[in-house]
Structure formats: C-alpha cells, structure tokens
Design a protein around this ligand. Structure first.
Ligand SMILES: [Fe+2]
Ligand SMILES: [Fe+2]
Length: 135
C-alpha cells in the first residue's frame, strides 16, 4: 500500500488551502492505514465520515474565495466538488447501513480524484487569488 505524499505540483500558493490539502491527504492516509490493518466497518465508517466532513469544509473554503474574487471558473469547479461528494456519500451511506463496500477501489478512486484535482483544477485559481491579495 502506498501512502500519499506531498509534492510541489500540489501547491496552490494560498497558505490556508495548502494546509487544508495537507490535512485531507493525512485523513486519506489514515483511512488507507485503517483498511490495511483490517479495521472494522464501524471504524472505517467513522474515518470516511470525517474525511467527507473535512472535504466539505475545504470545498466551501475554496468556493467562498473564488466567489469573493469573482473567479470565472467557479461553477465548473463547484460541479466537480459536488460530483465527488455525491459519489463518496453513496459509499459512506452503504457502509453505515452494513452494506458491502469495496474499500480498495474507493480509496484508489479518492486518491486519483484528489491528486488530479489538486494538481490540475485547484491550480487554476492560485494565481487569480494571489492577484487579488490572497496568499
Ligand atoms: Fe482543493
Ligand atoms: Fe477544488
């Protein structure tokens, strides 16, 4: 199992958001370790819920800053956040209700989504926010 590590391509240049991305990666790694150690459904459910809760807070922070500065790509960006949340909430719901969830594909999906999102989509607002005095 590989854990996620920070690299330069992940930096967006806004301190608070970079910190949040770091926390999201830590939360994802915690979930990966829990799966690798064979943790029970209840614990996995709790960790996944925490991860979702933090993702929500993070997405709201980004969207607020994009909105405040009139960033043109806000709607498209928000749609991507909503799409991820809808997918993950479905798995969290299944887990809560004792239904089977394949954790490894879910973790792979999350990892790929976040790496692509942070090193691609999130990069688009960095220079814009910096230009508007947010760093
Ligand atoms: Fe982000
Ligand atoms: Fe984002």
């Amino acid at each position: 199992m590989t854990l996620l590590t920070w690299n330069h391509a992940c930096t967006v240049g806004v301190r608070a958001l970079d910190d949040q991305h770091g926390i999201l990666m830590d939360a994802m790694n915690e979930l990966r370790l829990a799966v690798a150690h064979g943790s029970g459904r209840e614990q996995l459910s709790q960790l996944l819920d925490q991860f979702i809760e933090f993702s929500r807070m993070h997405f709201a922070s980004e969207e607020r800053l994009m909105e405040q500065t009139g960033f043109g790509g806000l709607h498209e960006h928000r749609a991507k956040h909503q799409c991820l949340l809808a997918q993950v909430l479905q798995s969290a719901h299944r887990l809560q209700h004792g239904e089977g969830v394949e954790m490894t594909p879910l973790l792979d999906y999350l990892r790929n989504w976040y790496v692509e999102h942070i090193s691609g989509t999130d990069q688009q607002y960095g220079p814009w926010l910096n230009k508007h005095g947010i760093s």
